[in-house]
Write a protein that binds this ligand. Structure first.
Ligand SMILES: NC(=O)c1ccc[n+]([C@@H]2O[C@H](COP(=O)([O-])OP(=O)(O)OC[C@H]3O[C@@H](n4cnc5c(N)ncnc54)[C@H](O)[C@@H]3O)[C@@H](O)[C@H]2O)c1
Length: 276
C-alpha cells in the first residue's frame, strides 16, 4: 500500500484480528512498527511475521487501560525510532448483557478498555504526532458507534464515545492547524476473535453468542478490513465504514433517525433471542 514507507506506526491490540492485520499490512508497506497487546503470545506471532517481512518492529506488553504505562510507552517509542507518525488505537473487548442484568463493573470494564484505552493512547501520543509534522490518529470505534442494539449498551456507549471524542479531536486539529489527521473507523462484523474473547452477563452463554457472531455476523476478513482502513488513512478520510453491513446500517440510521430502534428491536429479538 502506498504512503506508509518510513512512517513510524503504533498499533495497540496487535496480537489478533484487525490490529494484527493492520500491523502486517503496514509492515509490508514499508512502515516501522511499535506493536503492543496484553496477549503476549499473539503479539509474538505478529512480531515474528513482521520480522519475516523484514519490517522494523518494537513489540511490548501494554495494557491500554494503564495510563501511566501508556505515557511512558509513548516516550519509549519516540526514543526508539526518533519520531512517531501514526497511532492506531485498536485494542478492544466486547460484552453482552442487558442494562437490567449487567453489573456496574461490566460497563466500567468495557469503558476502561474501549473508551479510556483510546483516550490514553491519543493523549499519550498526540504531542509526538504533532512534533512529527506528519501525524495521524486512527481510532477504532464500530458500527455500534453509529447504531445501538439491545444487549450492547456498554459496548455501544464506549464506541459512541470514541466516535464523539475522535470527531471533536479532528476539528481541533483543523482549527488549530496542527499537522495531524484524524480518522474514526467503524467496522461491521469482522472475522476475528472478538466474540470468542468476549464476556456476557449471567444467564447468557458466551460460547453460544460467539458461535452466533461467527456464523451470522462476521462477514469481512481482518486482512480486507486492514486494507480498507489503510486506504482511508492514506486518503485522510474523517470516517471509514468497513464492510457492506456497516455501509447499509449507516444508511438505515440516516434515513430512519431514531426509527431504527423500533425496527431492529423487533428483528433482533426474533433473530437472536439470547442477546436480550
Ligand atoms: N470484529 C468485529 O466485528 C469488530 C467490529 C467493530 C469494531 N471492532 C473493534 O475492532 C478492534 C479490534 O478488535 P478485533 O475484532 O480485532 O478483536 P480481537 O479480539 O481479535 O483483537 C483485539 C485485541 O485487543 C487486545 N486487548 C484486549 N484488551 C486489551 C487491553 N486492555 N490492552 C491491550 N490490548 C488489549 C486483545 O488481547 C486482542 O489481541 C476493537 O476495538 C473492536 O471493538 C471489531
Amino acid at each position: 500500500m502506498e504512503g506508509f514507507a518510513g512512517k513510524v506506526c503504533v498499533v495497540t491490540g496487535a496480537g489478533s484480528g484487525i490490529g494484527q492485520a493492520l500491523a502486517i499490512e503496514l509492515g509490508r508497506s514499508g512502515a516501522k512498527l511499535a506493536i503492543s497487546d496484553v496477549d503476549i503470545e499473539g503479539l509474538a506471532k505478529t512480531e515474528a511475521e513482521l520480522k519475516a517481512i523484514g519490517a522494523p518492529v518494537k513489540a511490548d506488553r501494554l495494557d491500554v487501560t494503564e495510563r501511566e504505562a501508556f505515557l511512558l510507552y509513548a516516550d519509549e517509542v519516540k526514543a526508539h525510532y526518533g519520531k512517531v507518525n501514526q497511532i492506531y488505537n485498536n485494542a478492544g473487548i466486547a460484552f453482552t448483557g442487558d442494562v437490567e442484568v449487567c453489573d456496574f463493573k461490566d460497563i466500567e470494564r468495557i469503558m476502561d478498555v474501549d473508551f479510556w484505552g483510546v483516550v490514553n493512547g491519543t493523549k499519550a501520543f498526540l504531542p509526538h504526532l504533532i512534533e512529527s509534522g506528519d501525524g495521524h490518529v486512527v481510532n477504532v470505534s464500530s458500527l455500534f458507534g453509529i447504531f445501538s442494539v439491545p444487549g450492547q449498551s456498554a459496548y455501544n456507549a464506549a464506541k459512541f464515545a470514541v466516535r464523539g471524542f475522535t470527531e471533536a479531536l479532528r476539528q481541533e486539529m483543523i482549527t488549530k492547524k496542527r499537522p495531524v489527521q484524524v480518522t474514526a473507523v467503524h467496522p461491521g462484523g469482522i472475522k476475528t476473535a472478538i466474540a470468542r474473547n468476549a464476556t456476557a452477563a449471567e444467564g447468557l452463554d458466551p460460547k453460544e453468542l460467539a458461535q452466533e457472531f461467527d456464523r451470522k455476523l462476521a462477514r469481512t476478513t481482518p486482512e480486507r478490513a486492514a486494507t480498507i482502513i489503510l486506504e482511508a488513512v492514506h486518503k485522510k478520510k474523517a470516517r471509514v465504514l468497513v464492510g457492506a453491513d456497516a455501509k447499509i446500517l449507516d444508511v438505515i440510521v440516516r434515513i430512519t433517525g431514531s426509527g431504527y430502534q423500533r425496527l431492529f428491536s423487533k428483528v433482533l429479538s426474533k433473530a437472536a433471542p439470547n442477546v436480550h
